[in-house]
Design a protein around this ligand. Structure first.
Ligand SMILES: Nc1ncnc2c1ncn2[C@@H]1O[C@H](COP(=O)(O)OP(=O)(O)OP(=O)(O)O)[C@@H](O)[C@H]1O
Ligand SMILES: [Mg+2]
Length: 257
């Protein structure tokens, strides 16, 4: 039975508060192959449609405690973004159990959660409300968000006119200012210039010092080793390793040889 629960941790667990617990967490996607061209499509429409099941995450179990920074590594298509999507409640588990405690600020694909026709400013409100802030709280943080993103001159332009780096800056700035307990970062930092990347890493260190929980997906193994003491290695939806990041990165790199 799929379950997403939000209850507070039991008394027993209160000594080391839980942030995330996954038990045999499984996510399958169903892909229905639609015929392409119209003539071919017409002919093929008499055939049974082929439905493919993709097991993006296959019964993975792990626990993350409050204040931990955990990297999630693995090849393309191994299930990393799917896992963050489940934690952010973009998806529901197919089976297994997922418990998430606290407010989650997801920084998933570039521009995800932004409305392209709204301005940067409007998108700050739009996202802030979705992430659980009141309009008043957003107004109080507006200046800090815009300043952090360094988008003062572009904040009244629709975000469809933004470059990838500008989208990332706005996304990171919003996620950084919503008092999240759990920050999810899916690769996006890679599109930032060197100056902004450093700024994001400084902010991530601040989060760590404040005892927030961070899940960090990256293909940059140096960044993984520097930021995250612990790493999970996903391999075709299976949790291959969970341990200190130096060891897990070494195992992963050896396997890709
Ligand atoms: N919305 C979706 N519908 C159908 N299949 C999906 C969907 N999202 C992901 N998948 C499939 O699930 C598998 C895992 O994808 P996922 O995006 O989680 O990988 P990833 O580890 O984040 O890869 P990358 O390093 O390329 O970002 C892939 O086979 C992918 O095709
Ligand atoms: Mg991904």
């Amino acid at each position: 039975m799929a379950a997403v629960s939000e209850q507070t941790p039991s008394v027993k667990e209160a000594r080391t508060p839980l942030a995330i617990r996954a038990e045999k967490l499984t996510k399958e996607f169903r892909l229905t192959h639609q015929p392409y061209s119209s003539l071919k499509g017409l002919l093929l429409s008499f055939l049974p449609r082929r439905v493919e099941h993709i097991v993006a995450l296959n019964a993975i179990s792990f626990t993350v405690h409050k204040g931990e920074t955990v990297a999630i590594i693995g090849q393309n298509g191994s299930g990393k973004s799917t896992l963050l999507g489940l934690i952010a409640r973009v998806y529901r588990p197919t089976s297994g159990r997922l418990e998430v405690y606290g407010r989650v600020a997801p920084l998933l694909e570039l521009g995800a959660g932004f409305h392209p026709d709204l301005t940067g400013l409007e998108n700050i409100y739009f996202n802030g409300v979705i992430l659980g802030l009141t309009r008043k709280q957003i107004s109080e943080r507006l200046e800090a968000i815009i300043r952090f993103a360094e988008l003062e001159n572009y904040i009244d332009a629709p975000v469809r006119t933004y470059s990838s780096g500008m989208l990332m800056r706005l996304g990171f700035a919003v996620a950084a200012h919503v008092d999240a307990d759990i920050l999810l970062v899916d690769e996006v930092l890679a599109v930032g210039d060197a100056h902004f990347q450093q700024k994001c890493y400084r902010k991530i260190r601040e989060f760590q010092q404040e005892g927030r929980t961070i899940l960090f997906v990256s293909h940059d193994m140096d960044a993984v080793r520097q930021i995250a003491p612990r790493a999970l290695w996903l391999d075709k939806g299976i949790l291959r390793a969970d341990g200190d990041s130096d060891t897990v990165v070494t195992q992963y790199l050896a396997s890709t040889g």
